[in-house]
Design a protein around this ligand. Structure first.
Ligand code: GCU
Length: 673
């Protein structure tokens, strides 16, 4: 009896859970009207396209909708032409993307007029920092969906189902690549037993147009190949990479290529053998070249010398511009230090003119409250992509410098470090799903606004399905503009600035507690620890002032930017205040544009950040009637924690800095501007 009862409860929970636990992401529309799909071709990708149309069609009942492959010069790559009666594309995948676009428009009420949609980047890739033992570096949503350790390499039906759901979510937003393992790569991933699992993953991902890639360890030839060296110019080493590539492409003919973290944070690399990054990248790139593969070579390098960390990647990579083979792309993090809540763009963008450069964004919120804080990252990425580098005149934005609009590039790409894990809702926080969504949408179209992305995501994610309406009669139909959509969108769009305010405003950066990068730790500087791994290196606070002097009188990092930025950043009077303490060391009583002293302005920003989170709590409380119980209460609880965290950030940072400023923390401060 007891067993039956428990079983019933379990069954009931399982049935109701799926609708509410966020597992369906932004793909919640269920069949509402029948449609006739006319499609002449046949392929696994087209089967998916047809199935999606039958399952999600919300247009006129019994309408006829045509999917047609047709050569059209205006359509690039896997782009498509969408019109009310059908979709045309050069490829099957283009047709599938068109279907997802159409369904999104039907669900969000966007007009469907005739238009051509082309992707901004050829390769739109998620980098999974998944370790082969199933843990995820900087992952906050459970364990890996790809790996469960060396004793579980056999592929199960459950694995396949999950990979398929993952692939569908990716394809629905245009993502077409996945790097399956951590950049701190284990050489083992290139052994045959692991490669067989990669093949199985690739087979599930393929119909959705997703290529698989692997992060590789530069020392693989010696560690798993038994060679005496991994010197990239050694003929045996070159041969080893060629044979490895041959083995991989036999298993996975459409394998995308390799991602390499070399000579960075203890990883081996060509410099161990007196060679350059270009020597290392080219050897591996030559091995995959015959099969159309690429090498994404990361520029995330810095060492414990006396040079400003923010300058090191540029100094190391600029002399190599033009020395990389044409299937190498240099992968550069958006900022010159490390995925901080705010950084100016890395000066490598636009500066490397003879080498394709791809942006690396971080979808997982390592430095932005992880799976606890509600921080929508699209505004940060929009700010970055729209930053003008001035490298080829005004309007040389990061977006245009990387998507092929300005420089002739054989390949274009963009990567995001994934926030996906085994958690039922995939990302840990229901709103973290919006960051996955935003990455895909921006990778497809790097001109989209954060506002549009938030609008789409909220409409798709919170629209109750008819089934939910029936099960939960308490959930009111969404009143899009006034009561739900508008305030929730406002909260999302403000959330990144709020995090900057309560963590590290006015250009402060990297003042996190060590290791976990979650809470504040501006004081952390034990003896013997590399100084560029301690926060005081970055904030430089003393009784005279605060901030990192990167002007001509300081580290001269400003010199790496093109004019007029160099002068603009160099001069405290023209430096945008969002980067003030990134570029300048200033006295506590320096007057900011607000008219306040720097100290008072800092206090103001910390308080402002906290107030913003409090306002998010109020916004969410009012959203209660429109959201299912489970997601409502998860978000509510997380916001409560975020608010406590914001208070801790403010108190910890201000009390710590106060020992230097020796000024009182103002109460109820007004900021005129
Ligand atoms: C950050 C992060 C590391 C990661 C590194 C990288 O430093 O904390 O976990 O390995 O970036 O991007 O390589």
């Amino acid at each position: 009896m007891k067993v039956t009862f428990t079983l019933l409860i379990f069954l009931f929970a399982a049935l109701t859970l799926n609708a509410e636990n966020g597992h369906d992401l932004w793909l919640r529309a269920k069949h509402t009207a029948p449609v006739n799909v006319v499609c002449s071709g046949k392929s696994p990708t087209l089967e998916i396209a047809k199935q999606e149309l039958h399952q999600g069609w919300q247009g006129k009942a019994n309408a006829t909708f045509v999917l047609k492959k047709k050569h059209d010069k205006l359509i690039k790559g896997d782009g498509y032409r969408l019109s009310p009666g059908g979709i045309e594309a050069n490829t099957d995948l283009g047709l599938l993307y068109g279907v997802y676009d159409l369904l999104r428009r039907q669900q969000t009420g966007e007009p469907i007029t005739e238009q051509v949609e082309n992707p901004s980047y050829e390769r739109r890739i998620l980098d999974h920092w998944d370790n082969l033992d199933g843990t995820i570096e900087r992952g906050y949503a459970g364990r890996s969906i790809f790996w469960h350790g060396k004793d579980s390499l056999a592929v199960t039906e459950k694995d396949k189902k999950l990979w398929q759901e993952y692939a569908r979510a990716d394809a629905s937003i245009g993502i077409n690549g996945a790097v399956l393992d951590n950049v701190n790569a284990s050489p083992l991933v290139l052994t045959t037993e692991y490669l067989k699992r990669v093949r199985a993953i690739a087979e599930v991902l393929r119909p959705y147009g997703i290529k698989t890639y692997l992060s590789v360890n530069f020392a693989s030839p010696s560690v798993i190949g038994g060679l005496k060296t991994s010197d990239p110019l050694d003929p045996q080493v070159k041969e080893w990479w060629k044979n490895k590539a041959k083995e991989i492409y036999k298993l996975i003919p459409d394998f995308g290529g390799f991602l390499v973290k070399a000579n960075s944070e203890g990883q081996p690399g060509p410099q161990n053998f007196g060679r350059t990054h270009a020597d290392g990248a080219n050897t591996i790139a030559d091995a995959v070249k015959p099969y159309g593969g690429i090498v994404m070579w990361r520029a995330f390098v810095y060492s414990a010398n006396d040079e400003d960390r923010a300058k090191q990647a540029y100094d190391e990579f600029m002399p190599l511009d033009g020395k990389f083979h044409d299937n190498v792309i240099v992968q550069v993090k958006n900022g010159p230090v490390d995925f901080q809540p705010r950084e100016p763009f890395s000066p490598l963008f636009g500066a490397m003119k003879k080498t394709p450069v791809m942006p690396e964004l971080q979808v997982t919120q390592e430095y932005l409250g992880q799976a606890v804080h509600l921080v929508f990252l699209a505004p940060m990425w929009e700010e970055f992509l729209k930053s003008d580098t001035y490298q080829e005149g005004k309007g040389s934005t990061v977006a245009r410098c990387t998507d092929g609009s300005i420089f002739q590039q054989t390949h274009t790409a963009i990567a995001g470090v994934a926030n996906v894990g085994l958690d039922t809702n995939w990302c840990g926080h229901p709103f973290a799903q919006a960051n996955w969504y935003a990455f895909g949408r921006l990778a497809w179209n790097n001109q989209l606004s954060s506002d549009q992305i938030a609008d789409e995501w909220v409409k798709l994610t919170f629209k109750p399905t008819p089934a939910e309406d029936r099960t939960h009669s308490t959930v009111l139909p969404i009143v899009w503009n006034i009561n739900f959509l508008k305030p929730v969108k406002r909260m999302m769009l403000e959330s990144r600035e709020a995090a900057v305010n309560y963590m590290m405003p006015l250009g402060l950066h990297h003042i996190f507690a060590p290791e976990n990068h979650y809470g504040p730790g501006p004081w952390w500087a034990p003896k013997g620890v590399r100084k560029d791994w301690t926060p005081p290196y970055y904030h430089q606070a003393d009784t005279l002032g605060i901030g990192f002097d990167r002007t001509e009188n300081g580290s001269n990092a400003v010199s790496q930017y093109h004019e007029p930025l160099r002068s603009l950043f160099n001069d405290v009077n023209t430096c945008p205040e969002i980067y003030l303490l990134w570029f300048h060391h200033l006295p506590w009583n320096y007057q900011t544009q607000s008219g306040l002293t720097l100290w008072d302005d800092l206090c103001y920003h910390y308080q402002e950040g906290l107030d913003q989170v409090r306002s998010f709590q109020k916004t969410w409380d009012k959203a209660k009637p429109y959201v299912d119980k489970e997601r409502f209460s998860v978000v509510q609880k997380k916001l409560r924690k975020q608010c406590i965290n914001a208070q801790v950030w403010k108190d910890a940072c201000l009390l710590y800095f106060q020992q230097f400023s020796r000024m009182p923390i103002p109460y109820n401060i007004e900021r005129p501007v």
